[in-house]
Design a protein around this ligand. Structure first.
Ligand code: COI
Length: 354
């Protein structure tokens, strides 16, 4: 399928100071759209000027949340070139989410092609400056107008772009995380392992309560026993306890992060023992008590690698590594961003030039 391009006649002014971008505050001049209609399949891939969508008020995504999304980034290399980081993994995960939400599978190669073409059209929006990138948000929404509950027969696949800085205002400084006891994010058999808006809607209440108390994010426990660590919601989590690096195993309610996967591969290539296994909160508390908790950090496309300096567990405050970024988190951050920005060699073949 050929992707057509209609350029805007009224380009917007771009943010001048890349150190003040924040996350998700600006959108570029163009977007990609493709339709799905039952009987026709996915069709009419096109790049058009960025602008509001016209939706029927009965569009099913507005009522029942039949929606999936992805997040990846484009980076500027020192030679001026543009690269993506493992975009094939995002599109494979998008299809995993599609399968769970009864959304027809997309052509992954076409989707990567669409990202490349859209980023090329809006390449002047890729910010320059430490810690900045062009965040790419592919998403699919059900637009069929029905208030009955069933999979939609009309959908839209859209990609938008946003020049961003760090996701957390803390940047690479350690974040404070609130361990959530009352609410749960997901259970096995639910949707926690895929990227769909409902998982994030489920997290808002706890997130809001935590931020009112001065915490950046919440740490979710498993939805059944409320005993095992799952994820942070915008990041997967890793703990280093007496030399062992542990991240919760993907057992059906945790998102399989692409940054998580890349960090595991990097750590193993450096000789670290990384175990994907159930990790009880009690094990982390105990390790903190006897001085064996060495580091904790989160990983995610938006968050990159984010050290955790404090965990609030009920009335207890656990300070990790003196609230300083740890050696492992720093090395992961430097290596990952080095590869993504083409400042260091990429022995894994992760970056894809546009
Ligand atoms: C990402 O890391 O790309 C995410 O999707 C997290 C988020 C901003 C919701």
């Amino acid at each position: 399928m050929k992707i057509t391009v209609q350029l805007t006649q009224s380009p917007k002014s771009k943010p001048q100071d890349s150190s003040k971008l924040g996350f998700g505050n600006y959108y570029t001049d163009h977007m990609f759209i493709m339709n799905y209609d039952e009987g026709q399949g996915w069709h009419s891939p096109r790049i058009v000027p960025y602008g509001p969508l016209s939706l029927d008020p009965a569009a099913m995504c507005l009522h029942y949340g039949q929606e999936v999304f992805e997040g990846l980034k484009a980076y500027r290399a020192p030679d001026g070139g543009i690269v993506l980081f493992r975009p094939d993994k995002n599109m494979a995960r998008l299809n995993l989410s599609n399968e769970r939400l009864c959304i027809p599978q997309i052509d992954e190669e076409l989707a990567v092609e669409a990202v490349k073409k859209l980023v090329s059209v809006d390449k002047d929006w890729i910010p320059e400056g430490e810690g900045t990138s062009l965040y790419i948000r592919p998403f699919i929404i059900a637009v069929a107008p029905h208030v009955g509950v069933h999979p939609a027969e009309h959908l839209l696949f859209i990609i938008i772009l946003s020049p961003v800085g760090a996701y957390y205002p803390e940047g690479l400084n350690p974040v404070k995380i609130y361990v959530e006891r009352r609410y749960v994010r997901a259970v096995k058999g639910g949707m926690g392992y895929v990227k769909t808006g409902g998982n994030y809607a489920a997290s808002l209440k706890a997130q809001d309560d935590a931020s009112r108390q001065g915490y950046t994010q919440v740490l979710w426990l498993d939805g059944v026993e409320r005993k095992y660590i799952e994820e942070v919601g915008t990041m997967n989590v890793f703990f280093k306890i007496a030399g062992e690096i542990i991240t919760p195993a993907l057992q059906g309610s945790i998102l399989g992060g692409i940054t998580r996967m890349s960090c595991i591969e990097l750590l193993r290539s450096w000789g670290y023992t990384v175990n994907e296994r159930p990790l009880a909160l009690a094990e982390v508390e105990e390790a903190a008590r006897n001085g064996r908790l060495e580091e904790a950090f989160g990983t995610g496309t938006a968050a990159v690698v984010s050290p955790i300096g404090e965990l609030k567990i009920d009335e207890e405050h656990i300070v990790i590594n003196n609230n300083q970024i740890g050696e492992v988190a720093q090395r992961l951050y430097d290596t990952l961003t080095g590869i993504q920005n083409c400042r260091i060699p990429d022995p894994f073949g992760w970056v894809v030039r546009i």
